[in-house]
Design a protein around this ligand. Structure first.
Ligand code: ASP
Length: 439
């Protein structure tokens, strides 16, 4: 049987009737696009609201016994307008009335919030003349809240084997006792990945409002080159920049079975976007580096203690202090008698003084210095591994730009060099690295 493509459309691609028309022409331009996963209507412009956010707001009203009709009417109008403008013969009002009547009967938050995608999928199925499949009937969670891939595979693959093209709402499935359960925010990406896996798709297309990834942040580098291909591992290393485009958990269902993901832009369908795959052949990859990502707001706790290297359990004691305080660590570069711990400021919140006290008490270092305003830059590329001179070029670029490097960390896979610098230098440093490797 010919392989299909699973196409997932995000909220901005599904925000109004105009966007629905773009989606339809994308689907109709390739007859392999037979399995469509959709989000709820997103923002139509900067000051607009996402329907999912409005549904959460509705729930807040209910929680505090404040009338929710006004918020619900705004949500209802989004769908009524889409149906009216597309001139569809579908009684969406009765679906809305049904949901509204259930709200009064204390339905679960997951059920309420999932209605954003549910209604959009019903409308899109009608518009495309595809079958609608309710995610509740085909995407299953187990008792621990994880996806039950076996059950999902059994039920969904059976439905897909009928051969009809389908639309499935993203973002939710059902628990073993039949209740609706949602993924975390942005979770329609996960639904798309699961559907692609079950459908044994040749490609998982994720249509959004950007044309894939760029080699650097366009607010820092003017007109950065697009990334045509990137490996899953590189993307993880560049997660500072990738996180907002694709839900992290959307990667594993397709990666495990070797289905590539293609990030595409609904508003620029001719742009081929970025392909994320497990492996890139050398001839497909011209660049030494794949991308540069940077982030501010890290703290470094720098410890010094004579003969630290011969003290058994020193690092364990420090790490257990962080563990007890529920703090995750970015990096732990070390010297013979020194050790630095790099932590994002967000993690530290009000815990810094407590941690310093505990380290002093339990580890008795000769000195502790805290540097609050650090930035980290990840320079990433599979081709960097085993290529001589990359680090030299990187550090020369930073030196020529007058940037002082405070920390260096090269992952053991050699596809990533992290440099820590003072926060103010971040933009200048990224531009310097980009100009050295890309221009
Ligand atoms: N509509 C949901 C959200 O806003 C899920 C999604 O769009 O992926 O998080």
């Amino acid at each position: 049987m010919e392989k299909i493509k699973v196409t997932k459309f995000g909220g901005t691609s599904m925000a109004d009737a105009k966007q629905f028309c773009k989606v339809k022409s994308i689907i109709e331009s390739d007859d392999k696009r037979r399995c469509v996963v959709v989000s709820a209507p997103g923002k139509r412009h900067d000051d607009d609201n996402k329907v999912t956010d409005l549904l959460y707001l509705c729930q807040e009203h209910i929680k505090y016994s404040v009338p929710f009709d006004q918020v619900f009417d705004i949500i209802a109008k989004r769908y009524l307008d889409i149906v009216m403008e597309l001139e569809l013969n579908i009684d969406i009002k009765s679906y809305l009335d049904d949901i509204k009547s259930k709200i009064s009967k204390n339905i679960s938050i997951d059920y309420l919030v999932s209605r954003g995608e549910y209604l959009n999928a019903i409308i899109m199925a009608e518009f495309l003349n595809y079958d609608f499949i309710d995610a509740k009937e085909v995407i299953f969670f187990d008792n621990n809240g994880f996806i039950d891939l076996n059950k999902t595979h059994e039920v969904l693959s059976n439905k897909l084997s009928w051969g009809r093209p389908v639309v499935i709402p993203g973002f939710y499935g059902s628990t073993p006792d039949g209740k609706v359960k949602i993924f975390s925010r942005g979770g329609s990406d996960i639904t798309g990945a699961i559907v692609a896996r079950v459908a044994e798709a040749e490609l998982y297309e994720n249509w959004t409002d950007v044309s894939g990834f760029l080699m650097a942040d366009p607010r820092i580098v003017e007109n950065p080159k697009p990334i045509e291909r990137i490996t899953y591992r590189e993307l993880r290393e560049l997660s500072y920049m990738g996180a907002s485009v694709l839900h992290e958990e959307a990667i594993f269902p397709v990666r495990e079975v070797g289905i590539p993901i293609n990030i595409r832009n609904t508003n620029e369908p001719d742009n081929l976007g970025t392909i994320i795959t497990d492996d890139i052949k050398d001839e497909e990859n011209q660049n030494i580096i794949t991308g540069i990502a940077g982030k501010k707001d890290f703290t470094v706790i720098a410890l010094h203690k004579n003969h630290m290297n011969s003290e058994v359990g020193f690092i364990r004691k420090i790490l257990s202090i962080l563990e007890v305080n529920n703090i995750t660590i970015e990096h732990v570069p070390s010297g013979i008698d020194s050790l630095s711990i790099v932590i994002s400021n967000q993690q530290l919140e009000n815990k810094l003084n407590i941690i310093i006290d505990e380290i002093n008490k339990k580890c008795n270092p000769d000195s502790i210095n805290v540097y609050r305003n650090m930035a980290l830059i990840a320079t990433v590329g599979s081709k960097m591994a085993y290529t001589v001179g990359i680090a030299a070029r990187l550090f020369t670029a930073l030196a020529d730009a007058g940037i002082n490097i405070r920390m260096i960390d090269q992952g053991s896979s050699e596809i990533n060099i992290i440099t820590g610098i003072e926060g103010e230098g971040l933009e200048k440093a990224i531009r310097a690295i980009y100009n050295t490797f890309v221009l």
